[in-house]
Design a binder for this molecule. Structure first.
Ligand code: S3P
Length: 426
């Protein structure tokens, strides 16, 4: 249980930990490359440590010295059959991306994880991978993990994905690295493109046009130096806190602002939020900037359509922020939120209601009528890190005390979250 209460203004400078999506991919691609990949700014969160442990179990030597991680790659055909099952913990990215790679190896493997991941849909990767020739089975038979994969030769496909999901796209593209012929994935709208950007740095022949990404099979990948920018999904809690807590001004240093991730910045600006971008840097592969966030009076907005995949993980904290905005905020086209670490539509509606907010759960989102004062409450995080962090932020502007059950789950993506938040409180 974590206890939070109303705070004074937030002031100062903060550096959020490395991007979770990019950290996972750097370990995975480094493991398949020839040579040593050096990763700086790696996120030392439980999810990314699950990825490291899976590749170590397949014979990859990985030196994790804190901020820097060295991955001594074994080449595309160098992975070994692990002893026992591979445990992906709470990490959907680990399970779905690794499945694409494992579908093409010359060994069999079982993938499992915690209670939450065993409820998340895996059919979305099983379908396209099976069409490529993969032998992949849900052991409980319900389309969920544990998954059993027997590696096989694969054939390239052009997959029209029904969901805008970077995990599905990446899983298929990684299988495509090993396939016979080109593989392409077309999505209904563009999801985060870290795989496309980073595989290029490792020497893969990969290109994107609109919402289609194509890859040709690779003979080898080559080690790269990867500098992981700060995670905009972690920065989101400080953006929201800075905007809603009166008198606040926060400088968030070195945040990844890849356009396929930065939808929150556009939405905050539409809501009247004062966010300035300083020190923009195109970077090698991923653009970054410092974000200067100043308290603002916000107004409600509509969030729908193609922007949704670019802020999908930030919607819980955006919903909380909307409670402090004038007028109504409507979130639509976001039914993917139901299959995240928790059902984030239901869990947000339940917990915001407990704090006195006027919220309505809809089939594909939420409607929030802002402007009503919130009060502290007992919050059930459902062991979902983004829910816990969202309510720590909401608590800063709510009367009385908020108790977050399972609040320790922030270790999935941001182990020092409460300490960092506390360091800004005046
Ligand atoms: C991720 C993709 C998104 C996101 C998740 C990380 C990734 O999931 O919600 O936190 O690293 O590819 P989906 O692919 O299910 O949308």
């Amino acid at each position: 249980m974590v206890e939070c209460r109303k705070s004074g203004s937030l002031k100062g400078e903060i550096q959020v930990p490395g991007d979770k999506s990019i950290s996972h991919r750097a370990v995975m691609f480094g493991s398949l490359a020839k040579g040593t990949t050096r990763i700086t700014g790696f996120l030392q969160g439980a999810d990314c440590l699950s990825t490291i442990s899976c590749f170590e179990k397949m014979g990859v030597s990985i030196e994790n010295t804190g901020d820097t991680v060295l991955v001594h790659g074994r080449g595309m055909r160098g992975l070994e059959k692990p002893e026992g099952v591979l445990d992906c913990g709470n990490s959907g990215t680990t399970m779905r991306l690794i499945s694409g790679i494992l579908s093409a190896q010359d060994f069999d493997v079982t993938l499992t994880g915690d209670a939450s991941i065993q409820k998340r849909p895996m059919k979305r990767i099983m379908d396209p991978l099976s069409r490529m020739g993969a032998d992949i089975e849900s052991l409980p038979g319900n389309g969920c993990a544990p998954l059993y994969i027997q590696g096989r030769p694969l054939t390239g496909i052009h997959y029209a994905s029904p969901v805008a999901s970077a995990q599905v796209k990446s899983s298929v593209l990684l299988a495509g690295l090993y396939a016979d012929g080109e593989t392409a994935v077309t999505e209904p709208s563009l999801s985060r493109d870290h795989t496309e950007r980073m595989l290029g740095l490792f020497g893969a022949d990969i290109a994107s046009e609109g919402t289609t990404a194509r890859i040709t099979p690779a003979r080898e990948l080559f080690a790269a130096d990867i500098q992981v920018p700060g995670d905009i999904s972690s920065a989101a809690y400080f953006i929201a806190a800075g905007l809603i807590v009166p008198g606040s001004q926060i400088l968030i240093k070195n945040v990844g602002i890849n356009p396929t991730r930065a939808g929150i910045l556009e939405v905050c600006r539409k809501m009247g939020g004062d966010i300035r971008m300083l020190n923009r840097n195109e970077g090698r592969g991923e653009p970054t900037a410092d974000l200067l966030v100043t308290h603002s009076s916000l107004k409600g907005t509509v969030i729908e359509g193609d922007i949704i995949p670019t802020l999908i993980d930030e919607l819980p904290v955006i919903a909380a922020m909307a409670c402090f905005a004038e007028g109504e905020t409507i979130i639509r086209d976001a039914s993917e939120l139901k299959v995240k670490e928790s059902n984030r539509i239901a869990v947000m509606a339940q917990n915001l209601t407990a704090m006195g907010a006027q919220v309505q759960e809809t089939d594909d989102g939420l409607r929030i009528l802002g402007g009503r004062p919130l009060h502290g409450a007992v919050i059930d995080s459902h062991d979902d890190h983004r829910i816990a962090m969202t309510f720590a932020v909401a608590a800063l502007c709510s009367q009385g005390e908020t108790k977050i059950q399972g609040g320790e789950c922030v270790n999935i993506s941001y182990p020092a979250f409460y300490k960092d938040l506390g360091s800004l409180i005046q």
